[in-house]
Design a protein around this ligand. Structure first.
Ligand SMILES: O=c1ccn([C@@H]2O[C@H](COP(=O)(O)O)[C@@H](O)[C@H]2O)c(=O)[nH]1
Length: 277
């Protein structure tokens, strides 16, 4: 999917929501555990209940890899289910990969060929040759970690470069722009760091930003939109636990749908306020 198609989806659905499929076998309703593949069953129901309100899904790999081969099978079935039933939805593998070039090549093959994801999150720490292999696929995206939502972000991401005075996350944004374009490169910026978004927009005015951290982590959607929206919206705001665990009962899918609908309504107002719809 290219950038214009993504913006068209945002306009059509009046939403820039990304639902995080962080499906924890220990948290899903107990009555699902006797299904042959409880994780896939849960995902399928959540997807059917939320698809009209969301433009993207983001399974985080940890929740699948922790289950061994069964987890990979659930992930594969989830990707196929979205592709077959909701082909317009953008699919992000939150895998945070990146390694020496020949290894990154195989990560790229795993997530873009074996699994048909549109995008993968990548850690920038190992530099250009660890990121570029993910950019050789037309209409596939790298989403590079820039400023993350967690407390530990301050351990390294604000350290100043002695020559330029830039904090590390700004160096990541500036340097990596030579590796890709706004057509194949996005950045992760945590909603809990929304006050930094105006500064970030000065460096990357056109790139899409994947913004996790609203909902369970307490980030503000309004502050993210206020400081981070651009003329093509430029935002995919993720919520995982706040949507998929809206209820622990038999009504879990219905409540997830309601939670997604509520976020979509808030997003619609923000898009209208910017005259983007
Ligand atoms: O800076 C980051 C990068 C990634 N994440 C991931 O996003 C979701 C957030 O889940 P919630 O339940 O909505 O808090 C999760 O998969 C994280 O690993 C992030 O939170 N912050």
């Amino acid at each position: 999917m290219d950038r214009n198609q993504l913006f068209q989806q945002i306009q059509k659905k009046r939403s820039f929501l990304c639902v995080g499929l962080d499906t924890d076998i220990l948290k899903i309703p107990k009555h699902l555990l006797d299904k042959p593949d409880p994780v896939f069953f849960f995902n399928k129901e959540i997807i059917d209940a939320t698809a009209q309100y969301t433009v993207a899904y983001k399974p985080n790999l940890a929740f699948y890899e922790s289950l061994g081969w069964q987890g990979w099978e659930s992930l594969e079935k989830t990707v196929e289910y979205v592709r077959e039933n909701y082909p317009e939805i953008f699919l992000i593998a939150d895998a945070k990969r990146g390694d020496i070039g020949n290894t990154s090549n195989l990560y790229a093959r795993a997530f873009f060929e074996k699994l048909d994801f549109d995008a993968i999150t990548v850690a920038p720490y190992m530099g250009e040759d660890s990121v570029k292999p993910f950019m050789t696929y037309p209409e596939k995206w790298v989403i590079l970690l820039a400023l993350t939502s967690n407390k530990g972000a301050s351990d390294f991401q604000f350290l100043q470069n002695e020559e330029t005075g830039d904090p590390l996350f700004e160096s990541v944004l500036k340097t990596s722009q030579n590796w890709g374009t706004p057509e194949n490169l996005m950045y992760v910026v945590g909603a809990t760091k929304a006050e930094k978004l105006s500064e970030i927009r000065e460096i990357v005015p056109h790139h899409f930003l994947l913004v996790p951290g609203v909902g369970a982590q307490g980030g503000s959607l309004e502050a993210v939109a206020e400081n981070g929206m651009n003329s093509q919206c430029g935002l995919l705001v993720n919520s995982s636990r706040g949507i998929i665990y809206a209820s622990a009962g038999e009504d879990y899918a219905e409540k997830a749908g309601e939670a997604a609908c509520k976020v979509q309504e808030d997003m619609e107002k923000l898009l209208k306020g910017r005259k983007l719809i």
